[in-house]
Design a protein around this ligand. Structure first.
Ligand SMILES: Nc1ncnc2c1ncn2[C@@H]1O[C@H](COP(=O)(O)OP(=O)(O)OP(=O)(O)O)[C@@H](O)[C@H]1O
Ligand SMILES: [Mg+2]
Length: 355
């Protein structure tokens, strides 16, 4: 298995190789998608968001290997999913993705140059990690523009062990950031020339990406998500966090408290958006503004959140559609896909195969 075998041109090309299901395993649920191709278009063949019991995965760490493996095995069986070959998007907080410009070396020496860079800039020994890279551009004799991803070996091994125990073949390890970029680039190809941002707002974590010219400029993991909304609701009403989650999802929370909760979340995200924009402008060497931000992830549905972000950022904030340019298999229930569409962007992105 190659780590992060997804750094190619980030284009969909399903069907030429063994077809893999795209999977995101997170603290709340497992998301499973399968794409096929038909006449050059991607077709979503199946998509599931299945809750997993709390405490099995926290911050991407697998807390109960055996219990979770048997849970995954029964999810595959009960949904009658025949394909047990997957591409898994590792959580954003457990991978480091860097866009970097290194002094020029010939192609055969790039790997060595990245090892130097990793040793110099990251707090890991090389033997503790796996990495993979993709060169965007060689500037002959000057520099190399590239992207690389790093993940710790022990994390990778714990995911390998989990899926092996579940009888599921972990073929490709991907990164949440690359998967999100894939989904966005495939669905919004007309944005190629503008600088824009994608924010995936999950349970405990959010992942932020800045993209231009179909290339990731910058990525950042932020340790906030829907739990923060629950904490504000629980504090205001005196209920437990679990009750707050139910209150939020059932639409029973009062408007003033929800506004306060979404304001708190939006404010946390705002600071990170500004920092990421500054970083990206430095990389580009311009003051180019971001005028479009796409949100996804379950917590992006928090009432008033998009309005709050809009007001803070003075940018056009929209919900990302992962199926904007993807057809639906006629057997799928469009209203179910609509319900889960903010939660499958990562799983879909990792199901899209590069050329
Ligand atoms: N309709 C909704 N309104 C508000 N919040 C919602 C809604 N639906 C889901 N959420 C919240 O979204 C979060 C789950 O979203 P998602 O599945 O994208 O996260 P995740 O991938 O499990 O999280 P992480 O990546 O942090 O592990 C939970 O916090 C949940 O409360
Ligand atoms: Mg997630």
């Amino acid at each position: 298995m190659k780590l992060l075998d997804k750094l190619g041109p980030l284009k969909a090309n399903i069907g030429k190789r063994k077809r893999l299901l795209g999977v995101e395993l997170s603290s709340s649920s497992v998301k499973i998608t399968e794409l096929k191709s038909s006449s050059g278009r991607s077709v979503l063949h199946q998509a599931h968001v299945v809750p997993i019991p709390p405490g099995k995965v926290t911050m991407g760490n697998i807390e109960d290997q055996e219990g979770l493996a048997s849970e995954l095995d029964s999810i595959w069986s009960s949904l009658n999913i025949k394909n047990r070959n997957i591409s898994l998007a590792l959580p954003g907080n457990l991978t480091i993705l860097r866009r970097s410009r290194l002094p020029y070396v010939p192609p055969e020496e790039v790997e060595k140059a990245i090892k130097w860079e990793i040793e110099k800039t990251l707090p890991f020994k090389l033997e503790e990690i796996h990495f993979d890279f993709h060169v965007y551009e060689f500037y002959e004799g000057e520099s190399i523009d590239l992207i690389y991803v790093v993940a710790r070996r022990n994390i990778i091994e714990s995911y390998q062990h989990l899926f092996q125990t579940a009888g599921i073949n972990l073929d490709v390890l991907d990164s949440t950031f690359l998967a999100l970029a894939n989904t966005t680039i495939v669905n919004y190809d007309e944005l190629a020339n503008i600088l824009f941002m994608v924010i995936d707002i999950g349970t405990e974590n959010s992942n932020l990406l800045v993209i231009k010219n179909n290339r990731i400029l910058y990525s950042r993991n932020i340790e906030v998500g829907g739990v923060l909304v629950n904490q504000t609701l629980a504090h205001a009403t005196g209920c437990t966090l679990e009750e707050a989650e139910q209150l939020k999802l059932s639409g029973g929370a009062d408007e003033a408290t929800l506004r306060e909760a979404s304001h708190t979340l939006a404010t946390k995200l705002y600071g990170e958006v500004v920092a990421s924009l500054n970083y990206s402008q430095n990389l580009l060497g311009t003051q180019e503004q971001i005028d479009r931000i796409y949100t996804t992830g379950g917590a992006s549905n928090t009432p008033f959140l998009v309005t709050e972000l809009n007001a803070l950022l003075n940018a056009d904030v929209e919900t990302l559609s992962p199926i904007r340019k993807v057809d639906l298999d006629p057997q799928l229930d469009p209203s179910y896909i609509d319900d889960i569409s903010t939660r499958i962007a990562v799983a879909m992105g990792t199901a899209l195969r590069p050329l």
